[in-house]
Write a protein that binds this ligand. Structure first.
Ligand SMILES: N[C@@H](CCC(=O)N[C@@H](CS)C(=O)NCC(=O)O)C(=O)O
Ligand SMILES: [Fe+2]
Length: 366
Protein backbone atom coordinates (compact mmCIF):
# COMPACT_ATOMS: atom_id res chain seq x y z
CA UNK A 1 0.00 0.00 0.00
CA UNK A 2 1.33 3.44 -0.88
CA UNK A 3 1.58 5.96 1.92
CA UNK A 4 -0.60 9.03 1.53
CA UNK A 5 0.57 12.04 -0.39
CA UNK A 6 0.59 15.63 0.79
CA UNK A 7 0.21 17.85 -2.26
CA UNK A 8 0.10 21.65 -2.68
CA UNK A 9 0.14 23.86 -5.76
CA UNK A 10 1.73 27.29 -5.16
CA UNK A 11 1.75 30.32 -7.46
CA UNK A 12 4.06 33.23 -8.25
CA UNK A 13 1.90 36.05 -9.66
CA UNK A 14 4.91 37.96 -11.06
CA UNK A 15 5.90 35.25 -13.55
CA UNK A 16 2.73 33.09 -13.43
CA UNK A 17 4.90 30.18 -12.27
CA UNK A 18 3.57 27.15 -10.39
CA UNK A 19 5.62 25.52 -7.65
CA UNK A 20 4.58 22.09 -6.42
CA UNK A 21 5.07 20.65 -2.96
CA UNK A 22 4.90 16.86 -2.68
CA UNK A 23 5.28 15.20 0.69
CA UNK A 24 5.08 11.68 2.06
CA UNK A 25 2.77 11.85 5.08
CA UNK A 26 4.25 8.86 6.90
CA UNK A 27 7.92 9.89 6.81
CA UNK A 28 7.49 13.67 6.55
CA UNK A 29 9.89 13.84 3.60
CA UNK A 30 9.09 16.33 0.86
CA UNK A 31 10.31 17.75 -2.46
CA UNK A 32 9.56 21.01 -4.23
CA UNK A 33 9.27 21.23 -8.00
CA UNK A 34 10.24 24.61 -9.51
CA UNK A 35 10.56 26.81 -6.40
CA UNK A 36 10.84 30.59 -7.01
CA UNK A 37 13.66 32.56 -5.34
CA UNK A 38 11.45 35.29 -3.83
CA UNK A 39 9.07 32.76 -2.21
CA UNK A 40 11.62 31.03 0.02
CA UNK A 41 9.89 32.31 3.17
CA UNK A 42 6.44 31.22 2.08
CA UNK A 43 7.66 27.77 1.07
CA UNK A 44 9.62 27.19 4.29
CA UNK A 45 6.66 28.31 6.42
CA UNK A 46 4.34 25.92 4.61
CA UNK A 47 6.77 23.00 5.00
CA UNK A 48 7.07 23.75 8.71
CA UNK A 49 3.32 24.03 9.20
CA UNK A 50 2.72 20.73 7.41
CA UNK A 51 5.47 19.03 9.45
CA UNK A 52 7.60 18.27 6.39
CA UNK A 53 11.36 18.21 5.84
CA UNK A 54 12.56 19.35 2.42
CA UNK A 55 14.85 16.70 0.96
CA UNK A 56 15.32 18.13 -2.53
CA UNK A 57 14.30 20.76 -5.03
CA UNK A 58 13.71 19.66 -8.63
CA UNK A 59 13.73 22.13 -11.49
CA UNK A 60 11.94 21.12 -14.67
CA UNK A 61 14.40 23.22 -16.72
CA UNK A 62 16.65 26.29 -16.79
CA UNK A 63 13.90 28.91 -16.57
CA UNK A 64 14.00 32.10 -18.61
CA UNK A 65 11.43 34.14 -16.70
CA UNK A 66 12.16 33.76 -12.96
CA UNK A 67 15.05 32.70 -10.74
CA UNK A 68 14.88 29.28 -9.10
CA UNK A 69 14.77 29.05 -5.30
CA UNK A 70 16.94 25.90 -5.34
CA UNK A 71 20.19 27.42 -4.05
CA UNK A 72 18.55 29.65 -1.41
CA UNK A 73 16.47 26.76 -0.04
CA UNK A 74 19.62 24.64 0.16
CA UNK A 75 21.26 27.39 2.28
CA UNK A 76 18.22 27.52 4.56
CA UNK A 77 17.47 23.82 5.02
CA UNK A 78 20.09 21.70 3.32
CA UNK A 79 17.89 20.39 0.49
CA UNK A 80 19.65 18.86 -2.52
CA UNK A 81 19.53 20.59 -5.91
CA UNK A 82 18.37 18.31 -8.75
CA UNK A 83 17.99 19.07 -12.45
CA UNK A 84 18.70 17.63 -15.89
CA UNK A 85 22.05 16.28 -17.01
CA UNK A 86 21.52 18.43 -20.12
CA UNK A 87 20.88 21.67 -18.21
CA UNK A 88 24.48 22.89 -18.42
CA UNK A 89 24.12 24.22 -14.86
CA UNK A 90 26.64 24.40 -12.01
CA UNK A 91 26.06 24.20 -8.21
CA UNK A 92 23.77 21.11 -8.45
CA UNK A 93 23.87 18.07 -6.16
CA UNK A 94 22.49 15.50 -8.58
CA UNK A 95 21.98 15.49 -12.34
CA UNK A 96 18.91 13.62 -13.51
CA UNK A 97 18.47 11.49 -16.60
CA UNK A 98 15.52 9.81 -18.27
CA UNK A 99 14.29 6.88 -16.18
CA UNK A 100 15.79 8.03 -12.88
CA UNK A 101 13.68 8.03 -9.73
CA UNK A 102 13.59 10.73 -7.06
CA UNK A 103 12.33 9.36 -3.76
CA UNK A 104 10.66 11.12 -0.84
CA UNK A 105 9.72 8.74 1.97
CA UNK A 106 8.10 5.70 0.38
CA UNK A 107 6.94 7.68 -2.68
CA UNK A 108 8.87 8.63 -5.79
CA UNK A 109 8.81 10.68 -8.99
CA UNK A 110 9.92 9.12 -12.27
CA UNK A 111 12.06 11.38 -14.45
CA UNK A 112 11.14 11.67 -18.13
CA UNK A 113 13.27 13.63 -20.58
CA UNK A 114 10.89 15.92 -22.47
CA UNK A 115 13.14 18.28 -24.49
CA UNK A 116 11.82 20.82 -26.98
CA UNK A 117 11.08 23.97 -24.96
CA UNK A 118 14.73 23.73 -23.84
CA UNK A 119 17.12 20.83 -24.43
CA UNK A 120 17.19 20.03 -20.70
CA UNK A 121 13.45 19.92 -19.98
CA UNK A 122 12.25 17.16 -17.67
CA UNK A 123 8.78 16.03 -16.68
CA UNK A 124 8.20 14.28 -13.38
CA UNK A 125 5.60 11.49 -13.15
CA UNK A 126 4.25 10.37 -9.77
CA UNK A 127 4.81 6.67 -8.93
CA UNK A 128 1.11 5.68 -9.32
CA UNK A 129 0.73 7.62 -12.65
CA UNK A 130 -2.01 9.76 -11.09
CA UNK A 131 -0.16 13.05 -11.66
CA UNK A 132 2.60 14.41 -13.88
CA UNK A 133 4.47 17.71 -13.65
CA UNK A 134 5.22 18.83 -17.17
CA UNK A 135 7.15 22.07 -16.66
CA UNK A 136 6.92 24.12 -19.86
CA UNK A 137 6.75 21.10 -22.16
CA UNK A 138 2.97 20.85 -22.07
CA UNK A 139 0.92 23.81 -20.79
CA UNK A 140 -2.86 23.80 -20.38
CA UNK A 141 -4.24 24.02 -23.96
CA UNK A 142 -0.77 25.17 -24.98
CA UNK A 143 2.94 24.39 -24.72
CA UNK A 144 6.24 26.11 -24.05
CA UNK A 145 7.75 28.24 -26.80
CA UNK A 146 10.60 26.77 -28.85
CA UNK A 147 12.45 29.89 -30.02
CA UNK A 148 15.34 30.03 -27.50
CA UNK A 149 17.55 27.83 -25.26
CA UNK A 150 17.97 25.13 -27.95
CA UNK A 151 14.22 24.87 -28.35
CA UNK A 152 12.91 22.67 -31.17
CA UNK A 153 9.32 22.16 -32.33
CA UNK A 154 10.12 18.65 -33.64
CA UNK A 155 11.60 17.56 -30.32
CA UNK A 156 8.76 19.13 -28.35
CA UNK A 157 6.12 17.41 -30.49
CA UNK A 158 7.73 14.00 -29.96
CA UNK A 159 8.25 14.61 -26.22
CA UNK A 160 4.59 15.46 -25.71
CA UNK A 161 3.26 12.56 -27.81
CA UNK A 162 5.58 9.83 -26.49
CA UNK A 163 6.11 10.88 -22.86
CA UNK A 164 3.03 12.81 -21.76
CA UNK A 165 -0.05 12.10 -23.89
CA UNK A 166 0.87 8.40 -23.65
CA UNK A 167 0.11 8.44 -19.91
CA UNK A 168 -3.31 7.13 -18.71
CA UNK A 169 -6.23 9.36 -19.77
CA UNK A 170 -7.07 10.15 -16.15
CA UNK A 171 -3.54 11.27 -15.27
CA UNK A 172 -3.66 14.87 -14.04
CA UNK A 173 -1.17 17.22 -15.68
CA UNK A 174 0.31 20.12 -13.74
CA UNK A 175 2.11 22.73 -15.87
CA UNK A 176 5.01 25.06 -15.06
CA UNK A 177 2.92 28.14 -15.83
CA UNK A 178 -0.53 29.28 -16.69
CA UNK A 179 -1.19 32.79 -17.91
CA UNK A 180 -5.01 32.60 -17.80
CA UNK A 181 -5.82 31.28 -14.33
CA UNK A 182 -6.18 27.57 -15.08
CA UNK A 183 -4.46 25.23 -12.62
CA UNK A 184 -4.58 21.62 -13.82
CA UNK A 185 -5.60 19.52 -16.79
CA UNK A 186 -5.62 15.81 -17.74
CA UNK A 187 -4.23 13.66 -20.52
CA UNK A 188 -7.78 13.09 -21.83
CA UNK A 189 -8.50 16.83 -22.00
CA UNK A 190 -5.26 17.76 -23.74
CA UNK A 191 -5.54 14.95 -26.30
CA UNK A 192 -8.91 16.36 -27.24
CA UNK A 193 -8.64 20.10 -26.77
CA UNK A 194 -5.01 21.17 -27.01
CA UNK A 195 -5.11 23.42 -30.10
CA UNK A 196 -1.41 22.91 -30.86
CA UNK A 197 -0.85 19.26 -30.01
CA UNK A 198 -4.19 17.47 -29.69
CA UNK A 199 -6.52 15.86 -32.24
CA UNK A 200 -5.07 15.13 -35.67
CA UNK A 201 -2.32 17.74 -35.58
CA UNK A 202 0.95 16.31 -36.94
CA UNK A 203 4.55 17.37 -36.44
CA UNK A 204 4.63 19.60 -39.54
CA UNK A 205 1.40 21.41 -38.51
CA UNK A 206 2.87 21.93 -35.08
CA UNK A 207 6.23 23.23 -36.36
CA UNK A 208 4.47 25.68 -38.67
CA UNK A 209 2.46 26.99 -35.74
CA UNK A 210 5.45 27.28 -33.38
CA UNK A 211 7.75 28.95 -35.90
CA UNK A 212 5.31 31.82 -36.31
CA UNK A 213 4.42 32.66 -32.72
CA UNK A 214 6.45 35.91 -32.77
CA UNK A 215 6.53 36.29 -28.97
CA UNK A 216 8.74 38.92 -27.28
CA UNK A 217 11.44 37.46 -25.04
CA UNK A 218 10.57 37.13 -21.33
CA UNK A 219 11.28 40.40 -19.51
CA UNK A 220 13.68 38.83 -17.02
CA UNK A 221 15.48 36.53 -19.47
CA UNK A 222 18.90 38.21 -19.28
CA UNK A 223 18.92 37.92 -15.49
CA UNK A 224 17.09 34.61 -15.10
CA UNK A 225 19.01 32.36 -17.50
CA UNK A 226 22.52 33.09 -16.15
CA UNK A 227 21.18 32.93 -12.57
CA UNK A 228 19.48 29.59 -13.19
CA UNK A 229 22.64 28.20 -14.80
CA UNK A 230 24.10 28.75 -11.30
CA UNK A 231 21.00 27.03 -9.77
CA UNK A 232 19.90 30.41 -8.39
CA UNK A 233 23.07 31.36 -6.57
CA UNK A 234 23.49 35.16 -6.72
CA UNK A 235 26.90 36.56 -7.65
CA UNK A 236 29.10 38.57 -5.34
CA UNK A 237 28.21 39.23 -1.72
CA UNK A 238 24.57 38.22 -2.07
CA UNK A 239 25.88 34.74 -2.94
CA UNK A 240 26.85 34.25 0.69
CA UNK A 241 23.14 34.16 1.74
CA UNK A 242 22.27 37.06 4.02
CA UNK A 243 21.49 36.43 7.69
CA UNK A 244 17.83 35.75 8.20
CA UNK A 245 15.66 38.61 9.53
CA UNK A 246 12.57 37.68 11.53
CA UNK A 247 11.11 41.00 12.74
CA UNK A 248 8.45 41.20 9.97
CA UNK A 249 7.14 39.30 6.94
CA UNK A 250 10.06 40.14 4.63
CA UNK A 251 11.14 38.82 1.24
CA UNK A 252 14.77 38.41 0.24
CA UNK A 253 15.20 39.48 -3.39
CA UNK A 254 17.60 37.90 -5.86
CA UNK A 255 19.52 41.18 -5.97
CA UNK A 256 20.25 40.79 -2.23
CA UNK A 257 17.74 43.29 -0.80
CA UNK A 258 15.37 42.57 2.08
CA UNK A 259 11.95 43.86 0.99
CA UNK A 260 8.76 44.64 2.91
CA UNK A 261 5.43 45.14 1.14
CA UNK A 262 3.22 48.15 1.97
CA UNK A 263 0.65 45.81 3.58
CA UNK A 264 3.24 44.09 5.76
CA UNK A 265 4.73 47.44 6.79
CA UNK A 266 1.33 48.85 7.70
CA UNK A 267 0.58 45.79 9.85
CA UNK A 268 3.97 45.98 11.55
CA UNK A 269 3.58 49.73 12.23
CA UNK A 270 0.16 49.15 13.78
CA UNK A 271 1.27 46.19 15.91
CA UNK A 272 2.36 46.84 19.49
CA UNK A 273 5.83 45.40 19.01
CA UNK A 274 8.70 45.42 21.50
CA UNK A 275 10.93 46.99 18.87
CA UNK A 276 9.04 49.77 17.05
CA UNK A 277 10.20 50.44 13.51
CA UNK A 278 12.34 53.42 12.55
CA UNK A 279 10.85 54.59 9.28
CA UNK A 280 13.31 56.68 7.32
CA UNK A 281 12.42 58.56 4.16
CA UNK A 282 15.56 58.93 2.04
CA UNK A 283 14.18 61.39 -0.55
CA UNK A 284 15.28 65.00 -0.76
CA UNK A 285 13.55 67.51 1.61
CA UNK A 286 11.29 69.06 -1.05
CA UNK A 287 10.02 65.62 -2.15
CA UNK A 288 9.04 64.84 1.47
CA UNK A 289 6.47 67.66 1.41
CA UNK A 290 5.64 67.50 -2.31
CA UNK A 291 2.58 65.89 -4.02
CA UNK A 292 3.25 62.30 -2.89
CA UNK A 293 3.47 63.30 0.77
CA UNK A 294 5.05 60.87 3.25
CA UNK A 295 4.10 58.02 5.56
CA UNK A 296 2.94 59.25 9.01
CA UNK A 297 5.81 58.87 11.47
CA UNK A 298 8.50 58.84 8.77
CA UNK A 299 11.72 60.67 9.53
CA UNK A 300 13.48 62.55 6.73
CA UNK A 301 17.06 61.38 6.19
CA UNK A 302 18.11 62.03 2.57
CA UNK A 303 20.23 59.36 0.85
CA UNK A 304 22.90 62.01 0.25
CA UNK A 305 23.40 62.38 4.03
CA UNK A 306 22.78 58.78 5.05
CA UNK A 307 26.39 57.58 5.24
CA UNK A 308 27.35 60.49 7.51
CA UNK A 309 24.23 60.27 9.72
CA UNK A 310 23.66 56.49 10.02
CA UNK A 311 24.97 56.69 13.60
CA UNK A 312 21.80 58.61 14.58
CA UNK A 313 19.75 55.43 14.11
CA UNK A 314 19.04 53.00 16.97
CA UNK A 315 20.77 49.72 16.05
CA UNK A 316 18.46 47.74 18.37
CA UNK A 317 15.35 48.65 16.34
CA UNK A 318 14.43 47.63 12.77
CA UNK A 319 14.79 50.25 10.03
CA UNK A 320 12.58 50.55 6.94
CA UNK A 321 13.80 52.82 4.15
CA UNK A 322 11.33 54.61 1.88
CA UNK A 323 11.71 56.66 -1.32
CA UNK A 324 9.57 57.49 -4.36
CA UNK A 325 9.81 54.16 -6.23
CA UNK A 326 11.87 51.85 -3.99
CA UNK A 327 15.14 52.21 -5.93
CA UNK A 328 17.01 54.79 -3.85
CA UNK A 329 15.75 53.21 -0.64
CA UNK A 330 17.11 49.81 -1.80
CA UNK A 331 20.51 51.47 -2.09
CA UNK A 332 19.94 52.96 1.38
CA UNK A 333 19.39 49.50 2.90
CA UNK A 334 22.72 48.30 1.47
CA UNK A 335 24.45 51.35 2.91
CA UNK A 336 22.87 50.86 6.34
CA UNK A 337 23.83 47.19 6.44
CA UNK A 338 27.40 48.14 5.55
CA UNK A 339 27.38 50.55 8.46
CA UNK A 340 26.56 47.65 10.79
CA UNK A 341 22.74 47.62 11.11
CA UNK A 342 21.30 44.10 11.01
CA UNK A 343 17.53 44.69 10.83
CA UNK A 344 16.95 46.69 7.66
CA UNK A 345 14.39 46.44 4.85
CA UNK A 346 13.28 48.34 1.80
CA UNK A 347 9.66 49.39 1.22
CA UNK A 348 8.84 47.65 -2.09
CA UNK A 349 7.61 50.12 -4.70
CA UNK A 350 8.14 53.14 -2.42
CA UNK A 351 5.57 55.93 -1.99
CA UNK A 352 4.09 55.18 -5.42
CA UNK A 353 2.96 51.71 -4.39
CA UNK A 354 2.09 52.79 -0.83
CA UNK A 355 -0.31 55.35 -2.28
CA UNK A 356 -1.60 53.00 -4.99
CA UNK A 357 -2.65 50.64 -2.20
CA UNK A 358 -4.60 53.45 -0.54
CA UNK A 359 -2.56 53.56 2.69
CA UNK A 360 -2.33 56.55 5.02
CA UNK A 361 -0.31 59.57 3.85
CA UNK A 362 0.59 62.82 5.60
CA UNK A 363 0.71 65.94 3.42
CA UNK A 364 0.73 65.55 -0.37
CA UNK A 365 -2.18 65.77 -2.80
CA UNK A 366 -4.95 63.32 -3.71
N1 LIG B 1 5.55 37.76 -20.66
C1 LIG B 1 6.28 36.68 -20.06
C2 LIG B 1 6.66 35.69 -21.15
C3 LIG B 1 6.79 34.36 -20.59
C4 LIG B 1 7.21 33.29 -21.58
O1 LIG B 1 7.68 33.52 -22.71
N2 LIG B 1 7.04 32.08 -21.09
C5 LIG B 1 7.55 30.92 -21.74
C6 LIG B 1 7.89 29.89 -20.70
S1 LIG B 1 9.41 30.26 -19.93
C7 LIG B 1 6.57 30.26 -22.68
O2 LIG B 1 6.89 29.25 -23.22
N3 LIG B 1 5.37 30.80 -22.89
C8 LIG B 1 4.45 30.17 -23.77
C9 LIG B 1 3.39 31.10 -24.25
O3 LIG B 1 3.38 32.26 -23.78
O4 LIG B 1 2.58 30.65 -25.06
C10 LIG B 1 7.52 37.23 -19.37
O5 LIG B 1 8.00 38.28 -19.75
O6 LIG B 1 8.02 36.58 -18.43
FE1 LIG C 1 10.36 28.02 -19.44
Amino acid sequence: MTSSLIFRQLFDPTSSTYTYLLGDAASGEAVLIDPVFEHERRDLALLRELGLVLKATLDTHVHADHVTGAWLLKQRCGSEILLSEHSGAINFDRLLKHGDRVGFGSRYLEVRATPGHTNGCLSYVLDDLSRAFTGDCLLIRGCGRTDFQQGSPGLLYRSVQTQILSLPDDCLLYPGHDYRGLTVTSVREEKRYNPRLGGDINEADFAGYMNHLGLPHPKLMDIAVPANLRCGRPEGKAGEAADDQQWAALTYSFSGIWEITPQALEERLAAAAAQPIQLIDVREPQEFVDVLGHIPGAQLLPLSQLAARAGELDASRPVVAVCRSGARSAQATVLLQKSGLKQVANLTGGMLRWRAEGLAVEGGQA
